[in-house]
Design a binder for this molecule. Structure first.
Ligand code: HEC
Length: 438
């Protein structure tokens, strides 16, 4: 069981004034049911819930993370203030009316809700907890938003404190410049550095950050640790795998999976049918699977170290840096694909027929054109995208509204379009053949 963040705990007093049902356990249970993130519950609590159904069809999936209503499927707003007021279709909900709607699909007028709205086997205690959470939701969604400020957080990891502080400072300057003296609807973006043990960082992020920006995720603070708490994770500094939750995570570069898809396409276009992958188990396994599903590939295998005694018609794909020894042993004419971030392009022996997969070429040319190092370029573009999303979100911005605002973040000059590609804004990967041509 995870402890509640201070803000959630602080809201209890507020919720207690508006309805006597809310308590800490209730809010936690309500949050879990609403988002389908049941991991935070004890085994006994989980056993009492329709876990599979909630995992596949959490309320937030249709009604929005902020309960303000979905754009697809016409799911109406279900924040408690909306349900507790009459609508054109029905009178106001009370506790038993809400329980009936969620469990049997009947509204207070006795109207049967469409089948788009699932029926859940929840007991009255669970629907009461959900109701308490729906009552607290508007305030919960606006954490990090004050009358005068929008508070974003950068997690300062001790091993990389100096560069991360520099990143936070750069981001703050860029945001201030773009927001101008008037701010965004009167609010000024602020960047708050978060330091300390992981549990304190998480609690602080949940409590006071509109979003966490520029995260360097690791096992103790993975992206999901924040997103499970409902904190948006924007523009992590590490590449995404492609498995992240696209309702709450945004990045600037194509995912690992996008790079692999481009790699498979390029291998096919270059007439390669036989591939040998050198790399880490997890990544190599993913690529292997994609190649085996690709009809153009007749043979694919993977090893940790390079086995260079390969037949000449086998192309080599290196997912990480190759050893000097391996590099030296590559024969002229050997076809080799490397990823841009493995930074090996300059070390390749002459004569090797190499392709470098450059992810997000638009960002690379932006950084080169503006004379910025990669981290400066990242902070600068992050600020641009963020301000576009904040403008899209409007005056009533909260966490969910900010994420919806990304639909308006289209930056043609660097090839980013979050309306088209919500998770990363781009899937662009350019195969570059340094040795080819002239
Ligand atoms: C797959 C999409 C989907 C999911 C998941 C979903 N809903 Fe709904 N819900 C809808 C739709 C669509 C409607 C509108 C139905 C209608 O008006 O006939 C609706 C209607 C409702 C209503 C009636 C609102 C009103 O104004 O009368 C309530 C209450 C509600 N949902 C609560 C929930 C709760 C609580 C959960 C999670 C336990 C949930 N819904 C999950 C799609 C969904």
């Amino acid at each position: 069981m995870k402890p509640l963040g201070p803000a959630l705990a602080g809201l209890l007093s507020l919720a207690a004034m508006t309805g006597a049902w809310a308590d800490e356990a209730g809010l936690r249970l309500g949050h879990a049911i609403f988002t389908g993130a049941l991991d935070s519950l004890s085994a006994a609590e989980r056993a009492a819930l329709p876990a599979r159904q909630l995992g596949r069809f959490p309320c937030a999936g249709c009604h929005g993370r902020d309960g303000a209503g979905g754009t697809e499927g016409e799911a109406p707003p279900i924040r408690w203030p909306a349900l507790a007021a009459p609508s054109v279709l029905r009178t106001r909900y009370d506790g038993p009316g809400f329980h009936a709607a969620v469990t049997t699909g009947r509204d207070p007028e006795g109207r049967t809700l469409t089948r788009l709205m699932p029926r859940y086997a929840l007991d009255p205690a669970a629907t009461a907890a959900l109701r308490g959470y729906l009552a607290a939701l508007p305030a919960l969604d606006r954490r990090g938003v004050t009358p005068t400020a929008l508070e974003f957080c950068v997690v300062i990891r001790p091993e990389a404190a100096a560069p991360l502080r520099a990143y936070a400072a750069r981001l703050a300057t860029a945001l201030t410049d773009l927001a101008g003296d008037a701010g965004l609807y009167g609010r000024h973006p602020k960047v708050i550095p978060l330091e300390g043990p992981p549990d304190q960082v998480l609690a602080a992020a949940e409590d006071r950050c509109l979003a966490v920006i520029g995260l360097v995720p690791d096992n103790r603070l993975p992206i999901s640790a924040f997103s499970d708490l409902g904190v948006p994770v924007l523009f992590p500094l590490a590449q995404l795998s492609g498995r992240e939750d696209r309702t709450i995570v945004r990045a600037l570069r194509p995912t690992r999976r996008d790079v692999f898809a481009a790699l498979v396409r390029d291998l096919g276009a270059q007439g390669v049918t036989s591939v040998h992958i050198v790399g880490d188990d997890g990544d190599a396994g993913d690529l292997l699977q994609m190649l085996r599903l690709d009809p153009a590939t007749t043979h694919a295998e993977a090893t940790h170290g390079a086995d260079v005694a390969l037949p000449d018609d086998v192309a080599l794909v290196a997912l990480g840096p190759l050893s000097a020894e391996t590099l030296m042993s590559l024969k002229p004419g050997r076809r080799l694909w490397v990823l841009s971030q493995s930074a090996m392009a300059e070390m390749l022996p002459a004569g090797v027929d190499a392709t470098v997969m450059i992810d997000a070429p638009g960002l690379v040319s932006f950084a080169l054109g503006a004379g910025l190092d990669p981290q400066e370029a990242h902070a600068t573009l992050t600020a641009e995208v963020l301000v576009a999303a904040l403008k899209g979100a409007g005056r009533e911005v909260g966490r969910a509204g900010l994420l919806r605002g990304f639909g308006d973040a289209v930056l043609g000059h660097v090839g980013l379009d979050y309306d088209d590609v919500p998770l990363t804004g781009t899937k662009d990967v350019l195969p570059l053949r340094p040795g080819a041509g002239e």
